[in-house]
Design a binder for this molecule. Structure first.
Ligand code: SAH
Length: 218
């Protein structure tokens, strides 16, 4: 390896470690989540021109008016989703670039993910396959309808915001299952919903800013 390449590799290991320290400082405690974030190459999920910012704790544009979520947000949502048990079968709404999908796939047995913008989904598929994550199931559809044929899900993670939780998604949550979603208008609360039989409990936690949940496909 020439010195230039080795240099990039070393910087990248250091910058990744710096990101893990930032996440700890910002309250992320779940070691399983920190380990997965440490091992997931975020720079491969964004445009090469932005790669130098890949391990900053910020959202970045991914085209089509969408963003890759801030690492803290991915870590926090994942931590909330797996807090009591790692849900074996999960549904993600809003694949985007596929980064959160890859984090979920490293933890959960079965991952299903829905995206409404076809070119983003195609790109995410290529990336996930190149990382050896071909078993992730991807669907081009409006996630407002969930993924009925594959339901129920032990965990549902929604990466786009809406003022209400779609009934279809609640209907596809298994007994004992948990849903994590940003609920609100321009500013949202990360909301955790749990189903126990017909009982639904809801907790509104951190303030976040997500791109909107949109209808139809593109
Ligand atoms: N999970 C991504 C975040 C992507 S941003 C990450 O790892 O960073 C949110 C994504 O939700 C966008 O790609 C957007 O196109 C998608 N989205 C918005 N409304 C949707 C809907 N109704 N169904 C499916 N995807 C939707």
């Amino acid at each position: 390896m020439n010195t230039e390449l080795r240099g990039i590799g070393m910087t990248s290991a250091r910058t990744r470690e710096r990101l893990i320290s930032r996440l700890r400082e910002a309250g992320i405690e779940d070691e399983r989540v920190l380990e997965v974030i440490r091992n997931t190459p975020r720079h491969l999920f964004i445009d090469e021109a932005l790669a130098h910012q890949a391990y900053d704790d910020t959202a970045l544009p991914i085209g089509y008016g969408q963003t890759i979520s801030q690492p803290w947000v991915v870590a926090r949502m994942t931590e909330l989703l797996i807090a009591d048990r790692v849900p074996p079968k999960v549904l993600e709404i809003g694949t985007g670039c596929g980064y959160q999908t890859a984090v979920l796939a490293a933890l959960c047995e079965q991952v299903h993910s829905v995206e409404r913008i076809r070119p983003l989904q195609d790109q995410a598929r290529r990336r996930l396959i190149s990382l050896g994550m071909a078993r992730v199931q991807l669907k081009h559809a409006d996630g407002g309808f969930g993924w009925k044929a594959a339901a129920p899900f032990d965990g549902i993670l929604v990466a786009c915001a809406r003022p209400d939780i779609p009934d279809e998604l609640l209907g596809q949550l298994a007994d004992g299952g948990r849903l994590v979603m940003p609920v609100g208008d321009r500013v949202q609360k990360l909301t955790v919903v749990e189903r126990h039989g017909d009982d639904i409990t809801t907790r509104a936690l951190d303030t976040v800013r997500f791109v909107p949940f949109q209808r139809g496909v593109q």
